[in-house]
Design a protein around this ligand. Structure first.
Ligand code: AMP
Length: 308
């Protein structure tokens, strides 16, 4: 199979409350948002994940309807699906996690079938770093590009394993608060340098509605967040961003700094859709035309002539 993007991450039931409303037991998880964002590119997306006995089969069927290969999703009959409860504050840039129940992920030890061992590119989505390591180690050849996403939960719960996997990947994608937590530095420049020194060639720091920064050697590149009049639920923005980046690079089948910059524009554009509706509603139902329109808007927003 060509242009294969393997995504490992959570499939979750989320309870979310924001100043604009709340949802209960809605489909979420890093693998879901990332694979939906990636599904808008020409590629073969595959998910490695686990669900419990309470999973609504319609949710998995919905992923399949987007041409995402879900045969790597294990179901554990005597466990429940990963559960996450969070509350967003008034500025929508900060949230408090109220509950995380690993459930089916507790003892998850994925054993990949042959057709899951030859990924061209690998997205180690936000998940237990030991599982991220296991999926990477089961690849027959090292993928052309490996991106890792993580979050505060794993920085505080599994720092040793996280430091181990950070050395094994090409791109680290992390938000500003988590970069500071990991590096113990307030300056994002110093945080990025710290993470680069751990081994990642490219470091992407997400800054919520303020966009994201890319660090490569001594270069810095910035993409804005798209200005939106309506943001109702930021959940999954980071995962959609990561899925958009990896989707673009997998379709293009290239890895270089200029492609990664462009990939970030696609990632930011896809993330901008996710936050406009609760849960996966918007990222699920996009069209290539809608995405292209927003990419044009993005281009006009950031383009200028400079004569000096
Ligand atoms: P994001 O808003 O992109 O940071 O990701 C939100 C998604 O991450 C939600 O759908 C959650 O189900 C999922 N999530 C929350 N906590 C964790 C965790 N500790 N590990 C993996 N996924 C998580």
């Amino acid at each position: 199979m060509k242009n294969t993007l393997l995504i490992v991450g959570t499939i979750a039931y989320d309870d979310i409350s924001t100043p604009f409303g709340s949802t209960q037991k809605t489909l979420g998880g890093a693998a879901v948002y990332s694979s939906l964002a990636a599904s808008y590119f020409s590629l073969n997306a595959q998910i490695v994940s686990v669900v419990g006995n309470d999973i609504d089969s319609a949710y998995l069927a919905a992923l399949k309807s987007k041409n995402i290969d879900i045969s790597g999703i294990e179901k554990i009959e005597d466990m429940r699906t990963f559960y996450w409860k969070a509350k967003y504050h008034n500025d929508m840039n900060t949230r408090t996690t109220l509950d995380t129940q690993l459930n089916a992920f507790q003892n998850f030890n994925p054993v990949l079938s042959d057709n899951y061992q030859n990924a061209d590119m690998l997205l180690l989505g936000n998940l237990d770093p030991d599982i991220q390591i296991s999926v990477l180690n089961q690849q027959q050849n090292r993928p052309k590009l490996v991106m890792l996403d993580t979050m505060n939960f794993w920085i505080s719960q599994s720092l040793n394993s996280l430091q181990k996997v950070l050395k094994m990947v090409d791109i680290v994608c992390i938000n500003d608060e988590e970069a500071r937590q990991l590096s113990q530095e307030h300056s994002l420049l110093k945080s990025a340098k710290y993470i680069q020194n751990l081994g990642a060639k490219y470091v992407i720091i997400k800054k919520g509605e303020h966009g994201a920064m890319l660090f490569f050697e001594d270069q810095i590149f910035i993409v804005p967040g798209l200005p939106l009049s309506e943001v109702v639920d930021p959940t999954g923005a980071g995962d959609s961003f990561a899925g958009g980046i990896m989707g673009f690079l997998t379709e293009k089948n290239t890895v270089d700094i200029e492609s990664i910059k462009l990939a970030m524009v696609y990632g930011s554009t896809l993330a901008s859709f996710t936050v406009e509706k609760f849960g996966t509603e918007n990222i699920f139902s996009l069209t290539k035309e809608k995405i292209a329109q927003r990419l044009h808007f993005f281009k006009n927003l950031t383009q200028f002539e400079l004569e000096i």
